[in-house]
Design a protein. Structure first.
Ligand SMILES: [Zn+2]
Lengths: 148, 759
């Protein structure tokens, strides 16, 4: 039984391992910090959020200040997909952002079918009226008045 | 010896003595610490333990919701506050005990979700107080967040509804009024250094008797604010909205009876809680976490840590905010926990469980943990008028830990979404208008935040404020008619300022503002995120960039436009980089500016921001990248450098093979530059925050909190946090300049000495 945990990761409940969803690479024990199964890179945020104002003219340029903010990228060591990212102050310990009770998960998934494809999202239909305020039609419930 | 046991009689006597002799009815901690609904009243117990008719309840619920919706529409149509016109309002109904039951379907849930605090306060303190009392025809006003509320700009009108001489429920409505007599105009003063700089701080008090406003009290309130007409008008609007809702409720009572109303109000929130427990239980047991780092106190640059951990065990959920920044006793950005909870609720109801009824009861089964004197749990004396900084984070960060908890579910209640842009990106203004009116308020742009990328599509541009999906950004023409603000660039999307990802965040837009027709006009802004990326991304996407405030001063742009109308393109990047306004003094600043006067024709520019990105940029469909170029959302360079798409610059036709090769090469270089995590930690992590960083909050250990005292770093236990007292930034600047002057003087003296010697 494999459980899809994020866009890029899943947990194999039989082997109790984190796996990459893109290349099936077995990363590390599901009871461990999945980041320990990945590669990490300390990026100067200016490489992604490039200065859009002339740095010779201005102090602030739309780029994060690299002495305040670092961009940490995590990669699958086999296929190179960017599994996670986080913005941290320089030297701040990376966050253990996911920690699951594997025994409880096993129990929970005993009663569920394996999900092979994430259920996706759906767009809800939009009200088909041009910005009238629903309060007025609602108020007519009380007044009995017919719409103009 | 130390036997403190007292008999029940003694206890009763002691309680009575304390009650009769309380000198100040401060916000009641018992009320303020409890965000859950109360236990059933005796009557609710009697009615709900028997059989109930679900069809009848549903019918009554529909009628109540219709009444609330009508109330909301009344406020929107009649309200004088700018916020009222854009939907920063709500109308709501509470049980007889003061628990929030339902809100208007288009209202701001957060506004209502904190009004149960003042209602419970009124019930507890004023019902049996002979000088006050709660009677048919009474109405109460309230705005101080310490007694429940988001922040001091929101004023609520609260009215008990009596039926056959018995209190059966409460109705209330709330408007973001803006101006409230604070130390700066507009009600959200970043320069407030104590709670006494906040302007009106209304604990709940009676201002309506016999269904009429008491004019003496209204006058007193008008006398306390810069916009007395607004104060009067909206108090009338709220009174008449409450009266209409009361009328509708009485009609329901006549038609269906009192029991049906009582059952409907209570059943509604009990059902919600049952469903929430079920939804928690279906999540995996475990803990997910998120960090975010606001980079300013709005007076100085400072790096604050906000930490949130969500733990699920069975049908219980705990939100843990310990380890976050300490509070600042002389800065405006503190937030009290009750306010924070309502905005967390908003995040859950917008991004996680939007199909649930919009009511505070959703959070009943969820426990929350804070450090005392944390900036997220500010104590009574802290100034809180710019609590929007923590609150906007509260509205957005839960999407990350909740996405990581709920991605695995076999079904979805809504899409998985990366955080929305998390700053109140708007100009706040004040002064004398071209029509001779004194005003202070904020622009509707606060409602134009870009949405985060989602698991199946890009985020929407400038869709809504993170606190309410139904708020609008208003009509510029209407605003220009009333205010001396001229918007030279209004809603141009911010090209290349994008939360990149497989699905990108929706963009924000540029605001290019000037003023004319008055010499007494100014702006301020209250955002962080000019140094450190504000919203964190999801599943390998990138966050937003940081945004500066830009100014062009000492010029009159209108004079230049009259001479040469074609020369200036209303594009922030072009104006700043090519300096197309002649002779201007150009500068950039953090988006935290205390009130300053803007001269006629000077230009102030800022942006609404982008939502965070979702997923790896290399997984973005090249066709979507080209579409972004066609829609002028990104440049050719961004398409090539960030998304690694190869295409013909003239035809925009994608070279699929070359793109695949370029992306493969990028993945290879990731493998090359990435380090195994343990090695990375060894190289990257430092035992303490860098010395040069003004850092506030925990580092590796959530029980140890860093802060400063007199400009020097200190460490505190999480259980013994002390408030931060910040030096005056102007004093700091003078100190630095004096130091510089001294060293320059010394140099000059040395030079003179040498020159003398040579002579
Ligand atoms: Zn992989």
């Amino acid at each position: 039984m494999r459980v899809l945990m994020t866009e890029n990761l899943r947990i194999n409940l039989d082997t109790e391992m984190w796996e990459c969803r893109h290349c099936d690479k077995v990363l590390i024990s599901a009871r461990d910090n999945y980041k320990r199964g990945l590669l990490a890179y300390d990026r100067d945020p200016r490489e992604i959020h490039k200065p859009l104002l002339d740095p010779t003219k201005y102090v602030l340029t739309y780029s994060p200040d690299p002495t305040w903010c670092r961009l940490i990228e995590y990669y699958c060591p086999q296929c190179g997909v960017m599994t996670e990212t986080e913005y941290l102050p320089p030297g701040h310990p990376p966050l253990r952002d996911m920690e699951f009770d594997i025994d409880a998960m096993k129990e929970q998934w005993k009663h569920r079918d394996e999900v092979l494809k994430e259920p996706g999202g759906k767009d809800y239909p939009r009200a088909n009226r041009n910005r009238t305020h629903s309060g007025q039609p609602m108020a007519r419930l009380f007044t009995g008045e017919k719409p103009a | 010896m130390n036997d403190m046991t007292i008999t029940p009689e003694d206890k009763q006597l002691l309680d009575k003595f304390l009650k009769d002799n309380q000198l100040f009815y401060i916000a009641d901690p018992e009320i303020m610490h409890d965000h859950d609904i109360g236990p059933r009243s005796e009557e609710e117990e009697r009615l709900l333990s028997g059989p109930t008719d679900p069809h009848l309840i549903n019918m009554v619920r529909g009628r109540i919701l219709a009444a609330m919706d009508e109330g909301n529409t009344m406020i929107e149509q009649m309200g004088a506050a700018p916020g009222a016109k854009w939907g920063d309002i709500v109308a709501s109904i509470f049980t007889a005990n003061g628990d929030l039951s339902m809100i208007a379907p288009h209202g701001v849930v957060g506004f209502a979700a904190c009004v149960h605090y003042p209602i419970k306060y009124i019930i507890k303190y004023w019902t049996h107080e002979p000088t006050v009392g709660v009677h048919d025809g009474d109405g109460f006003i309230h705005n101080d967040p310490r007694y429940g509320g988001i922040h001091g700009t929101d004023q609520s009108c609260i009215m008990p509804v009596f039926y056959r001489e018995k209190l059966v429920c409460w109705v209330s409505c709330t408007i973001h009024e803006g101006e409230n007599g604070a130390t700066e105009p507009g009600g959200m003063p970043p320069s407030a250094e104590s709670r006494y700089d906040e302007g009106l701080k209304m604990s709940p008090f009676k201002v309506i008797e016999n269904f009429q406003l008491r004019r003496d009290l209204v006058t007193f309130l008008q006398n306390m604010v810069r916009d007395p007409k607004l104060q009067l008008e909206d108090m009338k609007v709220k009174l008449h909205t409450c009266l209409r809702m009361r009328e509708r409720v009485l009609a329901i009572l006549e038609e269906f009876g009192e029991e049906a109303l009582t059952i409907s109000l209570r059943q509604h929130i009990e059902d919600v809680q049952e469903e929430v427990r079920r939804r928690i239980e279906e999540l995996p047991d475990g803990t997910t976490r998120v960090l975010t780092f606001p980079d300013s106190t709005l007076r100085e640059n400072a790096l604050l840590k906000f930490s949130m951990a969500v733990t699920v065990k069975g049908d219980r959920m705990t939100l843990d905010f310990r380890g976050s920044s300490p509070e600042f006793i002389n800065r405006a950005i503190n937030c009290n926990a009750a306010s924070l909870k309502t905005m967390l609720l908003t995040s859950y109801l917008q991004n996680v469980w939007p199909d649930l009824p919009q009511t505070m009861a959703v959070f009943g089964p969820i426990k929350m943990l804070f450090d005392e004197k944390s900036v997220l749990n500010g104590s009574f004396e802290t100034p809180q008028p710019m609590s929007l900084i923590p609150l906007f984070k509260a509205m957005t960060i839960p999407t990350i830990p909740m996405a990581k908890l709920s991605y695995s579910l076999p079904h979805r209640y809504t899409a998985i979404v990366a955080p929305q842009y998390d700053q109140p990106g708007t100009f706040i203004y004040g002064g004398l208008t071209q029509n001779g009116e004194n005003v202070g308020n904020f622009c509707a742009d606060i409602n134009g935040n870009g949405q985060g990328g989602r698991n199946h599509r890009d985020g929407e541009h400038s869709v809504s404020p993170p606190f309410a999906a139904n708020c609008d950004i208003g009509e510029m023409e209407v605003i220009e008619e009333e205010l001396p603000i001229v918007r030279l660039g209004a809603f141009t999307l911010t090209k290349d300022r994008v939360g990149f990802g497989k699905y990108r965040g929706g963009l924000g837009y540029e605001m290019i503002a000037s003023t004319r027709g008055t010499d007494m006009w100014g702006f301020m802004t209250g955002c962080t995120g000019s140094l450190f990326t504000p919203s964190q991304p999801l599943f390998g996407g990138y966050g937003p960039p940081v945004y500066p405030l830009c100014k062009i001063q000492d010029i009159n742009i209108f004079e230049q436009l009259a001479k040469n109308p074609g020369k200036i393109k209303f594009d922030m990047l072009d104006m700043m980089n090519n300096q197309t306004v002649e002779g201007g003094r150009y500068s950039t600043h953090p988006m935290a500016m205390t009130f300053e006067l803007c001269q006629n024709g000077e230009v102030y520019m800022m942006c609404q921001g982008t939502g965070a990105g979702y997923g790896d940029v290399l997984l973005r469909d090249p066709a979507l990248v080209i579409k972004d170029i066609e829609e002028n959302l990104i440049s050719h360079d961004t398409a090539r450098d960030i998304f690694k798409v190869v295409f013909d610059s003239d035809t925009l036709i994608v070279d699929a093979e070359a793109t695949k090769a370029l992306r493969d090469a990028e993945r290879k270089s990731r493998l090359k530059r990435g380090k195994p995590f343990d090695q990375f930690v060894k190289d990257f992590v430092t035992p303490e925050p860098p010395e040069y960083l003004p850092y506030y909050g925990s580092w590796d250990d959530p029980t140890v909190i860093y802060g400063t005292s007199n400009g020097k770093r200190i460490k505190m236990k999480g259980t013994e946090i002390q408030s931060m007292f910040m030096p005056n930034p102007k004093d700091e600047k003078i100190k630095a300049l004096e130091k510089q002057l001294a060293s320059v003087k010394a140099e000059l003296d040395a030079c003179r000495g040498e020159a003398k010697k040579k002579k």
